[in-house]
Design a protein around this ligand. Structure first.
Ligand code: M6R
Length: 365
């Protein structure tokens, strides 16, 4: 079943071009259409005045990425909250705020309970993004988008995450279209980017030998810091979570602009700092954050793209994806952080597919 692979995680990382192509297929057929989300989606989504996303773990980070897309494309407010927090509080609620739960398994207890809580609080419409058909969370939702990642076995979520991002981008595009916020040309351009995405992800996978080389030095570290800004901050969070889960290296992620507000105190020669730095509008800001790290002796490991114009220098290592893919860049930049964690785990000899203390599906509190 593993074919040429040693681990499910490795297999699932490499299945991403196909998982993404399968998930994108339906979107390319109909464009940003409510029909992608269910029979009565058009009337429900037309009523939406805001979005409340609820999820755990990696799925929560997908939600954080979606907030950038949803607010930028639709003009609607979007909140994202960890399900285990939301379920126990008297959150502000509004019947016309769309509840979006994100869950690979569809069985995560905290996410299910958060959905029930949202209903109690008076939310009228609930949409779920899920990878497992007929699981509990989509069954309890009004609308659903099934990602087509295929079965995910490795505890560390990989292909489920990137396909969730496609689903969420599609939701942002659909809400924007319903609200008259994107032109037919914009929609066509976004769909073209989606069509090209599996190829761009394959190009990122081709960087594996270089990432493997970096991972050897990571394997000996006690700590790591991940930085990103804007759309790439959630990818820094995801990179840190992947590293923690399967290598047991302590890793933290920050929006790079926060460095001076505390975490810079951690930086010295022993601290590797991974930076997600593609050529987006915040690149110059990220570059100055990187100088702050270098000035304290921190070693920089930079995931850039062809347009970000970095070169290797003393204490600065750069790996570039071949092309900047615009608004979908966080999806492409998920790949290198997954590969870094995977290869660092191999070098440390941990159980990649079944890390200690963790279960694939968290059906208890
Ligand atoms: O099945 P779900 O997406 O609801 O799972 C949520 C989290 O438990 C899950 O993403 C977890 O954080 C992963 N092990 C991350 O790799």
């Amino acid at each position: 079943e593993l074919g040429p692979y040693d681990h499910y995680m490795q297999k699932e990382i490499h299945e991403q071009p196909k998982a993404l192509a399968d998930t994108i297929e339906a979107v390319l057929e109909v464009g940003f259409s409510p029909t992608l989300f269910g029979a009565d989606a058009a009337s429900r989504l037309a009523e939406v005045e805001g979005v409340q996303i609820l999820a755990c773990g990696t799925s929560y980070y997908a939600g954080l990425t979606a907030k950038y897309w949803i607010e930028a494309l639709t003009g609607l407010p979007c909140n994202v909250e960890i399900a285990s927090e939301y379920r126990y509080r008297d959150a502000w609620a509004h019947p016309k705020y769309l509840i979006v739960t994100i869950s690979q398994s569809g069985e995560t207890l905290d996410t299910m309970e958060a959905l029930k809580r949202a209903r109690e609080l008076g939310h009228a419409h609930a949409l779920s993004i899920c990878n497992v058909r007929e699981s509990a969370i989509p069954r309890a939702s009004d609308l659903v988008f099934y990602t087509r990642a295929g079965v995910e076995i490795g505890v560390a979520s990989t292909k489920a995450f990137t396909t969730q991002l496609v689903a969420l981008f599609t939701l942002a595009g659909t809400l924007a279209k319903i609200r008259g916020r994107i032109s037919a040309e914009d929609e066509a351009a976004y769909l073209e980017e989606l069509r090209a995405l599996p190829g761009s992800v394959q190009h990122a996978l081709n960087l594996e030998p270089q990432i493997h080389a970096w991972a050897q030095s990571f394997a000996a570290k006690q700590n790591a810091l991940f930085l990103g800004r804007g759309l790439h901050y959630p990818i820094a969070l995801e990179g840190a979570l992947k590293l923690k889960e399967i290598t047991y290296i302590h890793a933290e992620a920050y929006p790079a602009g926060e460095l001076k507000h505390g975490p810079l105190a951690l930086v010295d020669e022993a601290m590797p700092v991974v930076v997600i730095a593609p050529n987006d509008s915040l690149l110059e800001k990220v570059k100055s954050n990187m100088q702050e790290v270098r000035a304290r002796g921190g070693e920089l490991f930079v995931f850039a793209d062809a347009d970000s114009h970095f070169t290797d220098s003393e204490g600065v290592h750069v790996i570039r994806t071949p092309r900047h893919v615009g608004i979908l860049s966080p999806i492409v930049h998920s790949i290198p952080v997954q590969l870094l964690a995977y290869h660092a785990a191999l070098a440390r000899g941990t159980d990649v597919d079944k890390p200690r203390n963790l279960a694939k599906s968290v059906t208890v509190e």
